[in-house]
Design a binder for this molecule. Structure first.
Ligand code: UN1
Length: 509
């Protein structure tokens, strides 16, 4: 939860103030204003005060990144990779501290926060290795005594705009490939998780990224994000967040023909066929639907089940969901943490109202306000049955702990229902029939498909991203992540000593 306050307001006792990081210096915003970040499990707990960045701060950060560009670009890529490696090693060394800070600021339970940090470490190490790969092609020329090859080169300044739900992994997914390929970075984290971003950048400084290579500006999307997107000196933008914001960024970036990688909404489905192992399917569905309190782009919000197994599945899901404990993610006995802020609770509550008119409420459906939960942003894990594939709760991204069960007649109907959405990030199928599994692998229109597992849990060395309105065709993670941050340069070297004309001198006549 964030709110703007005046810089002159006396700081609450013990509340630390954090700064932007520009040109290798920690500095205040020229606005003089700060905002607070709160613990979503207990909003009385103020994590810190952060700089309320503005367009002038962004301009300074872009200038610093631009100035550092030529030096960083000329630093040998293996050396850049070593600094990424040092950063990954520091994250590993500080994993527990980072994870605890993440749970406090973002709310996800500690085991998941550790996973989030680990995902950052994994991509740092993967991309450190790219410092010694980053391969182009060397191919034969159609002419004699001529060399032909392609190399990747950095674009320039990368604008990195990240969400709060993976407050360390996603910034690392974006910054590591940007940096190893020789770009410099202006990083604007979500205003719900500026502390997580600050901790990352502190470690980046310690790892040895030279001044100006990484710059952090905290603040709102409307001021800081817009200034980054609008700057003619930022050549590439990577954004993860809502489809609405993604579309507005795309319009602005498109007007300037900027490179843009978007990772947006999802409405991920789990198909359960009649022959599935229902206990395994239940494990996978619960983890995907209620893990991270449903706040993953990859979260399962639809179960599309063959009619003959719907009752058995619902019975298991209901029993297991009733046993889930809500509370602070720092308490090891807690399964489900809070939503990120009050706005998220309102949104989930309004969708459960819609759901009551569309399906049948199996359990949940209300804010969780018993005892200490009243101090945080908690919502009961919620399941609706008898939902229609085209109902609003079956179509729209809720980003909370709400699961809709959609009954279908057979695989064909399941596949249609799964694909009948404007999103296409992740999907899964539970079946013991290898032929059906391969049909799903062929038919599901999503960037990620799981067989006999839930919809979450992508690993960093394969492409991550979605079809249709989930994105704009780019992928994060995997080696293909380099594509977002590099220009290709094809180079021809003629050592014949004479003019040789391609497509002409090597053709008869
Ligand atoms: C996201 O929610 O945007 O596959 C990222 C997963 C995680 C990443 C999720 N590895 O669920």
């Amino acid at each position: 939860m964030t709110e703007t306050i005046s810089a002159t307001e006396p700081a609450a006792a013990g509340t630390p103030t954090f700064r932007h990081f520009i040109a290798g210096e920690w500095c205040d915003s020229s606005s003089g204003a700060t905002f607070e970040s709160h613990n979503p499990a207990d909003r009385r707990d103020v994590v810190g005060r952060f700089q309320q960045g503005n367009a002038a701060d962004v301009a300074m950060a872009i200038r610093a990144a631009d100035t550092a560009g030529p030096m960083w670009r000329r630093t040998p890529a293996p050396r850049r990779g070593e600094i990424l490696y040092a950063f990954g090693a520091l994250m590993a060394q500080h994993k527990e501290r980072l994870a605890r800070a993440m749970t406090r600021e973002m709310g996800k339970v500690l085991t998941e926060a550790r996973g989030d940090v680990q995902e950052g470490i994994d991509i740092a190490f993967l991309m450190a290795g790219e410092g010694r790969r980053m391969a182009g092609e060397t191919v034969p020329s159609e002419l004699p005594d001529k060399w032909a090859m392609s190399v990747r080169q950095p674009i320039g300044v990368a604008g990195i705009i990240t969400p709060w739900n993976f407050p360390m992994a996603i910034p690392c997914w974006k910054m590591m490939p940007a940096l190893v390929t020789g770009n410099t970075v202006v990083f604007k984290p979500a205003s719900d998780t500026p502390h997580c971003a600050t901790l990352l950048v502190e470690l980046m400084e310690e790892a040895g990224f030279p001044p100006g290579v990484v710059n952090l500006v905290t603040g709102s999307g409307a001021e800081v994000g817009d200034a980054i997107v609008g700057s003619p000196d930022v050549g590439v933008i990577s954004f993860t967040g809502s489809s609405a914001t993604g579309k507005s960024i795309a319009a602005k970036a498109g007007a300037k023909l900027k490179r843009l990688s978007l990772e947006l909404g999802g409405k991920n489905g789990v198909v359960v066929l009649a022959d599935a192992d229902l206990d395994l399917a239940t494990d996978g569905i619960l983890w995907s639907a209620f893990g991270t309190t449903g706040q993953r782009c990859t979260a399962a919000s639809r179960v599309i089940a063959e009619r003959s197994v719907v009752d058995g599945l619902l019975e298991r899901l209901e029993r297991r969901t009733r046993a889930l404990r809500l509370g602070s993610g720092l308490d090891p006995s807690v399964d489900v943490g809070p939503l990120i802020n009050e706005g998220a609770v309102d949104k989930v509550a309004s969708y459960t109202e819609v759901g009551r008119g569309e399906g049948e409420l199996v359990l949940g459906g209300d804010r969780a306000e018993e005892a200490d939960l009243a101090h945080g942003h908690f919502f009961q894990p919620t399941i609706f049955s008898r939902v229609g594939a085209m109902d609003r709760i079956g179509q729209e991204e809720i980003f909370g702990p709400v699961l809709s069960v959609i009954p279908v007649a057979d695989y064909g109907e399941a596949m249609l229902a799964l694909n009948q959405t404007r999103y296409g990030l992740s999907s899964s199928i539970f079946t013991r029939d290898v032929n059906q599994a391969f049909r799903a692998m062929r038919d599901f229109e999503t960037g990620i498909v799981y067989v006999n597992a839930g919809t979450t849990g992508a690993e960093t060395h394969l492409p991550f991203g979605g079809w249709k309105e989930t994105g704009n065709g780019h992928r994060e993670a995997g080696h293909v992540a380099l594509d977002t941050y590099t220009e290709w340069k094809s180079i021809y070297v003629d050592f014949s000593g004479r003019l040789q004309r391609a497509q002409i001198d090597n053709q008869p006549g």
